[in-house]
Design a protein around this ligand. Structure first.
Ligand code: DX5
Ligand code: ZN
Length: 227
């Protein structure tokens, strides 16, 4: 079985109704989400605060597929065990989060989760070249992390191309996070990305009681990405 590089949509629940996470996760999966992207922010690494392992543990039973946990926190290591125990399938740490990313990635895999490394817009692709044999995913931030609904930073497309070439045949996903919609999705899939995180572009116009727009939005992104 080759590595699954098919296009995957990972809605970010940062744009969901915080009072209804469980139902929102079930709704987006029922409407076609491949993964569920969970943004953890500590108000230190990024200028916003969301939630921690307890919330991840609470939503886990409502996610049948992949729980993709994006850690925008520093330090990372003290919390890895907590997120792994909460049921995270993938735990992604930022290369900028501290001086010991190699140890952090070892600890993530040691805790039984898949390891991801994320790069802020100002960080070059070369910063992860020595880490490629210990990750399952590279996340390219196409916005400065901390908030949903921001404008896509086009200068990051070249970085996706560089990473795609650097990764070669390794079984590593290239995830794009920030400002993904039907206009920007084809730009990054053409450059080699396979996982598309989308918050505002998926949750726009829908709700737990009217989830059909979630499906329409995801189908529009998927169709554009495949074009
Ligand atoms: C931002 C988060 C993203 C964000 C994406 O720091 O990591 O996952 O929720 O939201 P949109 O798709 O609205 O840019
Ligand atoms: Zn994210």
């Amino acid at each position: 079985m080759g590595f699954d590089r098919s296009i995957k949509i990972a809605p970010s629940i940062l744009s969901a109704d915080f009072a209804n996470f469980g139902a929102e996760c079930e709704a987006i999966e029922a409407q076609g989400a491949d993964w569920v992207h969970v943004d953890v922010m500590d108000g230190h690494f990024v200028p916003n605060i969301t939630f921690g392992p307890a919330t991840c543990a609470a939503i886990r039973p409502h996610i049948k597929g992949v729980m993709d946990v994006h850690l925008m926190i520093a330090p990372v290591d003290p919390y890895i065990e907590g997120f792994a125990k909460a049921g995270a399938d993938i735990i992604t740490a930022h290369v900028e989060a501290g001086p010991h990313i190699h140890r952090t990635l070892q600890a993530i895999r040691g805790a039984g989760a898949k390891a991801g490394v994320a790069l802020n817009p100002g960080t070059p692709a070369s910063s992860v070249e020595t880490l490629l044999d210990m990750v399952d995913l590279v996340c390219v931030m196409t916005v400065n992390p901390g908030f949903g609904g921001q404008k896509f930073i086009h200068s990051q497309i070249e970085k996706v191309r560089e990473l795609r070439a650097m990764i070669g045949d390794r079984p590593i996903h290239i995830e794009i996070d920030g400002g993904v919609d039907p206009t920007t999705a084809p730009l990054v899939t053409a450059a080699g990305a396979d996982v598309l995180v989308a918050g505002s572009a998926v949750f726009r116009g829908g709700s737990v009681t009217d989830p059909d727009p979630y499906g329409e939005n995801m189908r529009a992104i998927r169709a554009a990405a495949a074009s």
